[in-house]
Each structure stands twice: as C-alpha cells, then as structure tokens.
Write a protein that binds this ligand. Structure first.
Ligand code: PLP
Length: 444
C-alpha cells in the first residue's frame, strides 16, 4: 500500500487545521489516511487503498456507506427543497413521534446538532428541574466536549481534564467508578440532597467498552429515586444500536428520566437529542425557562435521514444482521485470542466490539462468553474490566497502535486507540467477518 496522497494532504492540513484534523481521534499515527469514497462496508482513501471499515464514522453509520434507497431519496428531496428554513417542518415532528413511540423513557424531546449539545442540555435541564448543581459521572465516561463532564478525579475531588475549563465547573461534578454501586451509594449519602443527576452511558463506549455488571443500573435508578435526583442515560453511542429501536435502556430494562441521543438518529448527519418525561423536558424554552436554541436544530435533511434510517430498521432485519455478525466476530476473535494471546480479551454486545490489549487480563484458562453481561458467576468475572480505570491502567495504547497499523496494512480500518468502540454495519457480510478474523489471526 502506498499513502503518498494522504501524506501530502496531511502536510497541507497541518498548516490550516490544528493537528491536521477536525476531531482529535482522527489524528492517527504517523498520519491519517484521507478518505475519498465510501462503498458499502468499505472506505477508499486518496491513494486508492480500500479498507473494510469498522469505525463507521464512530457510530452513526448503521448501513455503512451505501444508504437504503428510501433514506437516500428522502435526503435528496429535502436537500433540493431547501435545505433549511428557520421554521418548523413536518419531518421533525414525524421523527420525534417515532422516537417517543419506541424509546421507553422518551415522551418528548428536543433535537440539537451534536451529542455534546444534547448532554449540555440534559445537564442544564436536570439542574433546573431539581434546583441542585452537582452531577455524578462515571470515571472514563464521555459525554462530548462539555465543561461539566470533562473532568478527572474521584469522589474526593475533581479537576478539569482540559486547560481552559475553570475549576469551578469540576467542583460540581463527582466522578465515580462505573459498576461500583457501593461508592455511588456513599456519594449519595454524603451529597444526595445536592445531586441533580447521575449521568452515565448504559455501557461505557469510550473507554475500551465496559459492560455494566448485573444490577448496577437498577441501583442507580433506586438511588436517584430515593434522593430525588434524575437518572440520565447518554445513549449517543448505544441509541438505536444496542437494544434495537428501544435503545440500550430497553435491553437493560432500566428507564432513565432523561436520555441523550446522537449519531444514528441523524442517519449520518450532525445531530443530537435530549428527551425524557414531558414534565421535565417541557422546562425547555419557549414553553419553560431553561434556555435552549439552535440555528440548525431539527435540520430537515438530518431529520429526513434519521426518520428513514429508523423506519428502514423497523421494517427489515437490520438488528438481527448486525448483532449476528457482531456475535460471530467476538466469538471468532475470542478463539484466536485463546490460541495466540490469552491475556487479551474481546468485549462488547450486539454490533459493538473491542479488543482489550491488557497484560493483566483474564488468564486464559476459561474463555469469555461472547457478548457477556458480566455475570458474577462467570469464572473470568474478576479479570474483566469493570471501570474506566481498569482499561486505562492496562496502558495498552502502544499495543493498540501497532495492532491498528498492521490491520490497516491488511485493509481493515479499526479505531486507533484503546478507548474507542468499533461497529458492524448492515453492509458487512459473513465473508467480511471471515476476512477480518484472518487478519486478526495473522496480525496477532
Ligand atoms: N456522548 C457519548 C456517549 C459519545 O460517545 C459522544 C461522542 O462520541 C458524545 C456524547 C458527543 O457527541 P458529539 O461528538 O456528536 O458531540
């Protein structure tokens, strides 16, 4: 493979875009390949190299790079009709109705333009609704580029994780370990009356993928109810992927008060949404007094792409297909790891998968069940990552980078660091899975 055109583009990009990119994760080492075309489950770079894609835009692309005809037609028709007006349209009502019909927690929602905006609005709503300031977040959880959640620390204290954020933001945020019910209960005992909300991804999707242990979500629900705090599920990654049209909350059987959505609900276009019980969401302006606004919010092209994406999923075997292939991939990688590198493990569920290159891994005696839910009776229970810190402590990024590079040279495009999840799309086939497993085998 040659990468000369990408290298030249990167050189040009470096002088006008910080780090040569518009989102940090894209700056793969030594330089990213620049994409010219998407084609089914593949992307083609500026040098004509073709890669089987498991990054899938970091999650939004349920169908890969070829959209179903109905989705494409809806996008074209709304783009040529406008493309936007600054006045409401029918299609945003239809998408809102669809989401409210399928997602257990959502009676009413507001569309915004990114997952970040959605979580900003959710936190603001929760604070206004409860009249409290503190939020509890999971160590290693990610909720976009917002000041209140870009923090590091523990229940004893948090500091901003980026320069440019005043310490006062972090003062109101309490990071706790994911899956650690006892610590969350202690935090509520100490601060319960000041906690506006617990904000968590149903499964950590930006920390190498960490699955919830049995009962964790239920304990969050109970604590929030006991103390009058809101439970917010950030389903920007899991929404309309894990648990199908009901999202992860239906799969895990716990209904939050507020839900944030993004990625798939925009059908590949910029989107976010915050939804939940009407009596909470109605506090947003103009009906309520919690400020929210956006020039591009509810953009007709995005709404049309999202609506037809979800309608197509409702009428076809989309989730069976992607979940089945995800299962095959995780099982196949588990077999290869067992033989080649038993200290590593593969985690995920449905169409999400991630290999954890931990040196303190599971020991190799007993194989992990594909798509495991961290049952406490599992022989590998102790060795499996439970918290974001477990993944970070493994310091596996060096391995991940070497692995990523080798897989890329074999024509497989994976996420390039230990934290980002990977996704199977409707365009992937069993033959693609086999090809991927062959590449894993060779590379490992
Ligand atoms: N929340 C979660 C769980 C995410 O994974 C992301 C982005 O990856 C966000 C929020 C932020 O979404 P966006 O990048 O659209 O602002």
């Amino acid at each position: 493979m040659t990468h000369e055109n990408s290298r030249e583009l990167y050189d040009r990009a470096l002088s006008v875009l910080p780090g040569g990119v518009n989102s940090s994760v894209r700056a793969t080492m030594p330089y990213p390949f620049f994409v010219e075309d998407g084609d089914g489950a593949h992307v083609v770079d500026a040098d004509g190299n073709r890669y089987l894609d498991y990054v899938m835009g970091y999650g939004p692309l349920l169908y890969g790079h070829d959209l179903p005809d109905s989705v494409e037609a809806a996008i074209q028709s709304h783009a040529s009709a406008g493309p936007m007006y600054g006045a409401p349209t029918e299609v945003e009502v239809e998408l809102a109705e669809f989401v409210a019909r399928h997602v257990p927690s959502v009676e009413m929602l507001r569309f915004v333009n990114s997952g970040t905006e959605a979580t900003v609005s959710a936190v603001r709503l929760a604070r206004a609704y409860t009249g409290r300031d503190k939020i509890v977040v999971m160590q290693g959880g990610y909720h976009g580029a917002q000041e209140s959640t870009l923090v590091e620390g523990d229940p004893e204290g948090a500091v901003p994780s980026s320069p440019g954020i005043p310490d006062s933001f972090a003062e109101h945020t309490i990071p706790v370990p994911f899956n650690d019910t006892d610590t969350v209960a202690d935090v509520f005992e100490a601060h319960g009356d000041d906690i506006a909300a617990v904000l968590t991804e149903p499964m950590l999707g930006n920390m190498g993928v960490v699955m919830p242990v049995d009962g964790f979500h239920e304990s969050l629900r109970d604590l929030c109810d006991e103390y009058g705090s809101l439970l917010i599920f950030d389903e920007v990654i899991t929404g309309f992927r894990v648990g199908g049209l009901g999202c992860a909350q239906s799969e895990f059987g716990v209904t939050p008060d507020l839900t944030t959505l993004g990625k798939i609900v925009g059908g590949g276009f910029p989107v976010g949404a915050v939804g939940g019980r009407a009596e909470i969401v109605e506090h947003l302006t103009p009906g309520g007094d919690v400020f929210q606004s956006g020039t591009f919010s509810g953009h007709p092209v995005t709404m049309a792409a999202g609506l037809e994406t979800l309608r197509y999923a409702a009428e076809n075997d989309v989730y069976d297909h992607v979940n089945g292939l995800g299962e095959q991939l995780r099982a196949g990688i588990t077999d290869i790891l067992e033989e080649r590198a038993p200290e590593y493990t593969v985690v995920g569920t449905g169409s999400i998968f991630k290999t954890i290159f931990t040196r303190e891994g599971r020991g190799g005696e007993d194989r992990c069940e594909a798509g495991c839910r961290q049952r406490t009776d599992c022989p590998n229970y102790d060795a499996c990552p439970k918290t974001g810190a477990d993944v970070a402590a493994a310091e596996t990024n060096r391995w991940e980078r070497v692995f990523w590079q080798e897989m890329k040279e074999r024509g497989i495009f994976l996420t390039a660091n230990q934290y980002e999840a990977q996704f199977v799309s409707y365009a992937h086939t069993e033959a693609d899975v086999q090809r991927t497993l062959d590449a894993y085998q060779e590379t490992l």
